[in-house]
Design a protein. Structure first.
Length: 260
């Protein structure tokens, strides 16, 4: 069985790692839209047609059995349109894990770290209304954390303290006891977040998305396929990235078949 996993960069690889753990036999085509990174600062009317076009070309090229969109921004903007456009293909999206955070919070004050695009989406407010009734949500749409995660993935030491501090600067924010990770890029910053705030519970979407993928694809037939990663722009550190991608069971493609 072949999964197409799509993200704006390396963020979705945290989900890929969990899928590998739960379903090691799946073939995964990973598509990273680094040519258009970061998504979080771009307007919805630019992102939506771009994502639909890019994924449409990838679906035509690879004919996946299912599509996983670990990118929160892409999911909240494009998932409904993709499902309507390709009704024959299962799509697994990624949304901020507000529900488990709300269930776990004792203070009823929840922090949410996401991109500016995710924070402004009505979808997020609907999640809060449906699953965090009675909670105060302190949101930070960070313009820098995704880029810091990209650096961390490449082996660079990063300092995220200044980028995260505004989350705790608002009225009542000192009561936060649970933090929602609203961007899969931030999965790679969890060690830094936990070191800065050891008394807080962080809710990462990677494992829930992998479990949903397992549930949706459990009965799909097995067939041979590739395990390969495509980036929509050339990588200046391609040799290093090729080695890092091997840890996720992926071979770095030598061409860029899905230009932005």
């Amino acid at each position: 069985m072949t999964l197409l996993a799509f993200d704006s960069g390396i963020g979705g690889l945290g989900v890929v790692a969990e899928i590998r753990r739960l379903q090691p036999d799946h073939n995964i085509i990973y598509l990273a839209d680094n040519a258009f990174f970061p998504y979080g600062e771009k307007p919805d009317d630019v992102l939506l047609p771009h994502i639909i076009g890019l994924l449409g070309r990838a679906i035509a090229a690879h004919k996946p059995d299912a599509v996983v969109i670990p990118c929160n921004t892409a999911s909240t903007i494009a998932l409904s349109t993709l499902r309507a456009t390709y009704p024959e293909i299962p799509f697994i999206g990624c949304v901020p894990p507000v529900k488990p955070a709300a269930a776990a919070s004792q203070t009823r004050h929840i922090g949410l770290l996401a991109t500016p695009a995710t924070v402004r989406r009505p979808y997020l407010q609907n999640l809060i209304d449906n699953f965090a009734d009675g909670c105060t949500i302190h949101s930070l749409g960070s313009p820098t954390l995704a880029a810091l995660a990209e650096q961390k993935f490449r082996g660079h030491k990063v300092d995220i303290a200044g980028a995260v501090a505004p989350l705790f600067a608002g009225v009542g924010a000192q009561k936060i006891d649970a933090v929602v990770i609203g961007c899969t890029h931030y999965t790679f910053l969890l060690p830094e977040l936990q070191a800065l705030y050891p008394n807080l519970a962080f809710f990462d979407p990677a494992l829930p998305v992998a479990r949903q993928t397992q549930a949706v694809t459990a009965k799909l037939p097995n067939r041979p396929g590739q395990n390969i990663a495509y980036f929509t722009a050339p990588l200046p550190d391609a040799a290093d990235m090729a080695l890092r991608l091997q840890h996720f069971g992926l071979e770095l493609a030598q061409s860029v078949p899905h230009p932005a």
